[in-house]
Design a binder for this molecule. Structure first.
Ligand SMILES: C[S@@+](CC[C@H](N)C(=O)[O-])C[C@H]1O[C@@H](n2cnc3c(N)ncnc32)[C@H](O)[C@@H]1O
Length: 261
């Protein structure tokens, strides 16, 4: 919980400039949900707002998106950006104990959230409880660290951040699917999402990830220590930068889609 209480401002600060990469991750997640304008979608661990904000923009007058998160400070950014969207509501709630009736939502989304919940099996059972029969849950988690350039590079420069391991808790194929099957979901499919981009090596394209994912590790650094760290990151990026001044940045996530029979 403390990890997120101190991260809300950084996530809010970067959310707008991260909108493009966020959209590329939202697209397959939202497509898997097969959302209709009248649906009630519960988004778990919404943080600064995605995919709840994007989904809410496509809702009709009877549809609703419930953006939820354990930490009210994380939802502050979602409230700021989504305040004018009629179909959007906010709930501060632990996903292992949702204040919702059984079978009360049509769809559930969760982007990079379940891995942070110590009792993830309880969260999966709770998702199953509140989803209506025939409903769909779609979740995104990270694939292996080695396949995710930014995490790999920054973790190496920082000398190995123990806190980071939790991000890759469901990196192994089948681990998140198994959890959902155990919770009762009948049909569960899993696929790899891979994206690659070329970043300008001279630009600090890595700074949003550093600020957001590594916030707890950076919290105690002085201004000088932070400057030294950024200098070392720049050197590490330069070592991976091609003759054209660009550096390949790869991303590997897993999309798990589960249906309640
Ligand atoms: C990596 S952020 C993901 C935010 C957003 N979905 C996104 O993709 O940008 C993880 C979020 O999980 C939330 N979280 C952690 N434990 C939780 C729990 N037990 N119940 C609900 N949310 C939780 C954190 O507060 C944080 O906002």
């Amino acid at each position: 919980m403390r990890r997120w209480q101190n991260s809300g401002a950084a996530w809010d600060r970067w959310a707008d400039s991260m909108a493009d990469p966020a959209a590329r991750l939202n697209q397959p997640l939202l497509a898997a949900l097969d959302l209709a304008p009248h649906h009630i979608l519960l988004d778990l661990a919404s943080g600064a707002g995605e995919p709840a904000l994007t989904a809410a923009q496509g809702m009709g007058s009877t549809g609703r998106v419930l953006a939820s998160d354990l930490v009210p400070a994380m939802l502050a950014g979602a409230r700021r950006r989504g305040g004018g969207i009629d179909a959007l509501s906010f709930i501060a709630a632990d996903m292992t104990a949702l204040p919702l009736a059984p079978a009360s939502v049509d769809r559930i989304s969760c982007r990079f959230g379940l891995m942070f919940v110590p009792d993830a099996a309880a969260a999966a059972r709770e998702a199953y409880r509140v989803l209506r029969p025939g409903g769909i849950a779609a979740l995104l988690c990270w694939g292996p660290q080695a396949d995710n350039t930014l995490f790999r590079l920054l973790d190496t420069v920082l000398g190995g951040v123990p806190d980071l391991a939790v991000l890759f808790r469901f990196a192994q194929t089948g681990s998140l699917s198994g959890l959902l099957r155990d919770a009762g979901f009948g049909t569960v499919t899993e696929s790899s999402l891979r994206q690659s981009a070329l970043a300008e090596g001279a630009k600090p394209f890595w700074r949003p990830t550093l600020d957001m994912a590594f916030a707890p590790a950076l919290a105690g650094l002085s201004r000088e220590e932070r400057a030294l760290l950024e200098h070392r990151i720049t050197a590490a990026v330069a070592a991976e930068t091609g003759m054209d001044g660009r550096v390949p940045v790869h991303l590997h996530a897993r999309l798990v889609v589960a249906r309640k029979d």
